[in-house]
Design a protein around this ligand. Sequence first.
Ligand code: 3H9
Length: 703
Amino acid sequence: MTNEASVVRAVRHGDVQVISISNPPVNALGVAVRQGLKQAIEQAQADAGVRAVLVVGEGKAFIAGADIREFGKPPMPPSLPEVCNQIEASAKLVVAAIHGPALGGGLEVAMSAHYRLALPAAKLGLPEVNLGLLPGAGGTQRAPRLMGAKAAAELMLSGKHLSARAAQAAGLVDRLAEGEDPVAAGLAYVNELLEQGAPLRRTRNLAIADKAAALAELDALQADTAKKSRGLFSPLKIVECVRAAVELPFDEGLARERALFVECLNSPQRAGLVHAFFAERETAKVPEARGAAPRALNRVAVIGGGTMGAGITVAALDAGLPVVMIERDAESIARGQANVEKVYNGLIAKGRMTEEGKAAILARYTPSTSYEAIADVDLVIEAVFEDIEVKKAVFQQLDRVCKPGAVLATNTSYLDIDAIAGSISRPQDVIGLHFFSPANIMKLLEIVVPARVSPDVVVTAFELARRMKKIPVRAGVCDGFIGNRILAVYKQAADYIMEDGASPYEIDEAVRGFGYPMGPFQVTDLAGGDIGWATRKRRAATRDPKARYVEVADRICERGWFGQKTGRGFYLYPQGARVGQADPEVLAIVDAERQKKGIAPRKFTAEEIMRRYMAAMVNEGAKVVEEGIALRPLDVDVTFLSGYGFPRFRGGPMKYADMVGLPAILEDIRTFAKEDPLFWKPAPLLEKLVAEGKDFASLNQAR
Ligand code: 3H9
């Protein structure tokens, strides 16, 4: 248990009281820190020998904000707004010296000080919006007074971090200093201010210039935010708070902020977003990380220069790694190189990269048609055609040329990695690295752990993810791993809903209404219907003949309608349009399929569609956890948040299920099972949790 004595220290340097916060890892403002700060400020007021106060953070951060772990628990005094007001009201000069992140409540503390100094590594921001919140300790009232209403609102709406220099230009910081020691730089600044007889400049007393213009700018921002915030609750509340800062006296503005903050705090979106924040940091905590260290990771190779191989190559180059790309012949490697260059040329066209920048990156890129060129690399990622025999042939080559200890990874999205590993002499070095397309952009990396892999190979894969700034999720071997396996099931549910009466357009609309950027049929059209068609044909022989099979997509593919690239799929894309139009011929195909099976179509509301869609997703998610394919429910959540467009404010499918309540989800599944008991088989884990009165969160402790 922390106590205020250890997390906040007050040390006199002459007549300056240095209050330092020491609450690793990021000096979050938990109850002990708030108590400690309050006490230290009170002591400084009472001590006649103290002329000024300097607030600093120890370690890497100034203060990263409120302690996010306290949200949703009963509030414990003093509140942060109270502490901020007390700092601002200090009768002695207060200066904040910022040398690292000063985020959210951390910046609110700094804005309550009378002056702010920033060192080069400072990062200032009000990122509460990312957690479904707004700055709730006076930030919405003080930031507009320091930097202007529009700039303050934009900072809060974007959640962006400003560098020391940018923060000074914006008016948040009064002085820049060199170095890394906030105490030394801070003391010099405090003494200078004392010498000058600088006034106690309280932010609350600063005026906002030209209120009419500020309000007009906020009107425009409000309209823009309403359009862009896609179902998010807190962005419009942020604009409302900044409006209050312009229109109302400071204390009334604070009261308004408090009321709206509490609304945000109590919203399910806050619970979902905070879950997402922590879940993304938990996924790297895997059993293999205990006791194993990563292998060397200085040079990598990518086998294959297609879309996936080129995307992975770019991701590795962007991470600063030298990359050898292997293709089978001169023509293919030229195409591979062109695929890589296309990415950088796109950046140059957008003005986000220079020709020199591109040349510097490509200096680390070596194209080759000879496997001998990868004899000394530390890690190889195979990204060739999705066929087990083709992949095994590549791994034979890798086994032959790679140095002992090289990590041999496959980017397969569903093939049996145990079988690939078993086909060579070093199964302990084989792992799955399932990137998502476009691999240089998409954050998710499924790290697929076969039975015989050595723990240090798993740890090396996580290290690669860290360097590539990917979000890694550990998955076990099965058809589709975590993401594609669950996707296949809810996609099937969507097909059933379609055949039973909803149009693909109604289903897509319901899914978008839930918060997804696109519905499942739009995704099929974007990815290309031929991909799923090929998979369905391959699996036809092994499909359970008793399982319901919807043929609509096959009828569409048989006509050569593969989606956007062919101008029509489930939707019509006239003249290469990116947004599809409803197609009466597709509806006729759906109708014909229904008639063939004797299905009388019925109406589905958006809510009914989503209940089925989500029940299918959650049920399969539970099976994936139960089988150990995902370590914890949170790994399923992160997979869908970062790889499948699941709305972040809902926290992921398993968090969503917890919020709806597992008994309700199970009841839905049992009801649907009356129509189709084969498809709607409740996951035993779900039944067990309901019987025990538990939720998925109870399984989220690191395993
Ligand atoms: C707020 O302030 C509300 C107020 O306006 C109003 C109040 C009334 N609390 O990210 P990392 C943990 S809302 C608790 O891996 P990095 C994190 O979970 C807050 N814990 O490091 C991890 O723990 P573990 C507004 C926190 O160097 C460890 O610290 N502030 C908090 O890549 C290291 O984190 C924000 O939204 C926290 N506030 O990045 C800032 N922050 O080791 C959120 C971090 O057990 N934080 N942890 O897994 C960040 O953006 C990044 O953590 C930061 C460091 C940039 C600071």
